[in-house]
Design a protein around this ligand. Sequence first.
Ligand code: N01
Length: 489
Amino acid sequence: MGSRKLRYAVIGAGMSGLLAGIKLLERGERELVLFEKGHTVGGTWRENTYPGLACDTPAHSYTYSFAPNPDWSAYYAPGPEIQAYFEEMADRYGVRPYIRFQTPVKACTWNPRKMRWQIDTETGEREEADVVIAATGVLHHPHIPDIPGLADFRGRWWHSARWDHSVDLGDKRVGVIGSGSTGIQIVSALAGRVRHLVHFQRTPQWIMPCTNPPYTEEDKRLFRQDPSRIEYVRNGPEARARRERFLAAIADASSPQLAELQQIVERHLEESVRDPILREKLRPNYTVACKRLVFSWDYYEKIQQPGVTIEVAGIERVEGRGVRMRDGSFHPLDVLVLATGFHADAFVRPMRVIGRDATDLEELWAEHPTAYYAVTIPRMPNFFLLNGPTGPVGNFSLIEIAERQWNYLDQLMELLRSGKARAVEPTETALADYEARRTEAARRTVFATGCKSWYLDRNGVPQVWPWSYEHFLEVMARPRLADYRLLDG
Ligand code: N01
């Protein structure tokens, strides 16, 4: 079999989908189409526009390795700047003309005769491709909890990822439900800027202190002049040590590194919150980093201003004019923001994926979503995932992760391009073995130490990468072909 030209379909034009587009164009591939459900690129950074939105991964790390940005305004970049970066990337690398916006994919169906995927969109289009790259993101289906009475609320309410900018909050009494990274960022931003703010916390969070120094014009000039300074922020000894320390902490709940993290957050709470009653309200009863660690440089300070109430009594119901607590108390509110997270186990769903032998991905994922090393799935030939299930999604740069995954997948695609195979998929045994080792390791992680979080699958097993970052880099460096089935049609 000689070499052949492939046609590629990328699903999603967020950070990972754009990466796929850029890399394919860079290789000279032109037979490609990106399907995007939204009106522009950027994924999560397009959807989330809430006040205080920022990325808690250092800006220079949350940047494509091949497109450094000396102009980030601060160590942690604000959301709109990140969105602007992705818009620029789509143009700079010429990906935009290949994107079909407002075109959600309804189904991908493997055609065994043609050994190609048929892609059907919600807009009635039908396309074929040899390769599908699912870059659909992790957290994008808002979780709207079933809080009694929500429908009766006479004020305005919305989910954090659907911010209503038409409402001026300055003179409003605002309630924010949820204390994940989103809720903490929103409350920090609104405190002191609205008439009254109530932060409803079902479960308090450990807050990791950090600083967010703005980059001066001089800093930016130096970054531009000497890119090794950017590389230093990304991968210098301090960044590496921080990453390794953090990974050692989360991978082993009995590690000294975790004990050290615990001390840092406890000290931060003791030193930052003066009122002992408030301090106890804010004190979590689980181990640090069991839930995704929240970083903040100002949350404790902001909530101690006048006009902010921390409520931990538990919501009984929403009423027409506010929120009733289980202890009978009542918070009158004009606006309610649900920072209540996302359906983290959706991944490519609700898209329907029917692979070889009419295998339905929904059935494969009935128990929980999974993929061999987070990137490939048995019976789904030439169906490749970026930031798919069981990958390292914690407090890391998902960009770096997607780049490593791309490097791995590109080697599988090379088998197709060079004519060594028509299609490639991992064996069932390889996935089963991976899952057995992964779930075993996952039980030792901090995520399994008894808190509730979106990291856990419905059986309470962490559905994320449980090993070191080094192991991830090692595995992503080269596919182990013995674990793959090559189909030649
Ligand atoms: O969502 P979450 P998020 N009644 O699922 C509460 C990324 N991110 O949007 O803990 C009352 O973490 C729920 O309470 P509990 C990051 O990966 C990154 O904040 O289940 N409360 C919890 O407090 C992050 O982890 C950045 O008891 C209810 C909250 O809602 C992920 O997005 C910034 C409830 C949900 O927390 C998700 O964060 C922001 C109910 N019925 C987000 N239902 C960066 O900076 C849920 N809750 C990169």
